[in-house]
Design a protein around this ligand. Structure first.
Ligand code: TXA
Ligand code: MG
Length: 318
């Protein structure tokens, strides 16, 4: 079983040493917990795919601590990339840019591009700084399952397969980074922690990738981010079917609490930021307690886009 250590300076140094030695470490970021390996070590990266049971065609995000590291892994000459980095890094924005040869093919699934982000969480930044290497890290869950926003979520899904989990408490943003392709774009590949509206203020109109059979980014697979029980997006008016334990994921208030076996509220004040931060933790609790989840839609603006994207993908799995 993985050791779970509170992310003190000493623990972060231990994790950095493990990374440098080709081992895997789970660590907090501002979005979700990541499962990290040295991005320059193909064997260590291969182990990420094994641990997650993730198909090799699904490329990883490379996490960096400064712009010098960015330039080692990708061509960072696009002026839009620079403007976005100035505005949003460190933070929950991932840029897809032409890759440099230093990055092994296993990281990018053979693509000529690499996804890069500079995380804002101090533990993630310190870990990368201490390791002195770029860190490839997907969310630290099994493939297709709910992303972890607490160290215990990581321990439950993959704790028996890795050595160390750095515990940094709850991830403050709670949904994964926004992924933006700049090579043929700008194209929004995944809505996430930075709202599309904010990005458009910096670089103008962004095309929204629509799913058309072959994903441009496997994050567009229609069935990612799913709880282990079916989820239906529906209004609170819909009566739950009899004979099943049905749970409700409500946005801000509950109309008929007596109808449901368990209820979770994303944000009592109707704040989309708070709702995003609570999304995965609410879904983790619901999947343990009920057979079917009814999820109320949230307004599709700002972080609401990322929330609705995750809910639709959860719904599409069943
Ligand atoms: O917030 C996040 O982004 C978290 C934390 C740990 O940083 N990471 C994360 O990684 O969500 P993951 O592996 O769960 O999702 C990364 C997505 C995948 O859907 C992958 O297909 C896409 O990024 N991706 C990676 N490289 C790509 C590339 N070169 N072109 C297009 N999409 C890419
Ligand atoms: Mg993921």
């Amino acid at each position: 079983m993985a050791e779970i250590l509170v992310a003190t300076e000493e623990a972060i140094q231990k994790a950095a040493n493990l990374l440098r030695n080709g081992k895997l470490v789970a660590f907090p970021t501002e979005t979700v917990y990541g499962l990290g390996a040295c991005a320059l070590n193909s064997q260590a990266v291969a182990r990420i795919f094994e641990v997650k049971e993730r198909p090799f065609f699904d490329p990883l995000i490379v996490h960096v601590a400064d712009l010098a590291m960015v330039r080692e892994v990708c061509d960072f000459s696009d002026p839009r990339a620079l403007r976005l980095a100035e505005r949003f890094w460190p933070g929950p924005l991932t840029l897809v840019l032409p890759k440099k040869p230093l990055v092994p093919d296993i990281v990018t699934a053979g693509l000529p591009t690499v996804a890069v982000r500079m995380p804002a969480h101090p533990v993630a930044l310190q870990l990368i700084q201490k390791a002195q290497v770029p860190v490839a890290a997907p969310s630290a869950n099994r493939f297709g399952r709910l992303s972890p926003t607490l160290a215990v979520h990581v321990a439950r899904q993959i704790g028996d397969r890795i050595e160390l989990i750095l515990d940094g408490g709850k991830c403050p943003v709670g949904v994964e980074s926004t992924i933006l392709e700049l090579t043929n774009g700008p194209v929004l590949l995944r809505p996430g922690g930075i709202p599309l509206e904010e990005i458009e203020k910096v670089i103008g109109r962004v095309e929204k990738a629509s799913f058309s059979g072959i994903p441009r980014s496997p994050g567009q697979l229609p069935f990612h981010y799913a709880p282990s029980v079916p989820l239906r997006i529906t209004s609170q008016e819909t009566p739950p079917p009899p004979g099943l334990r049905v749970g409700l994921l409500a946005f801000s208030s509950v109309q008929y609490p007596e109808r449901f076996a368990h209820v979770e509220i994303l944000s009592p004040s109707g704040d989309l930021k708070e709702a995003a931060a609570n999304l995965f933790a609410c879904l983790h609790r619901l999947e343990e307690k009920v057979d079917l989840i009814f999820a109320e839609p949230v307004p599709e603006v700002g972080l609401g886009r990322a929330i609705m994207d995750r809910l639709r993908k959860a719904e599409a799995k069943f």
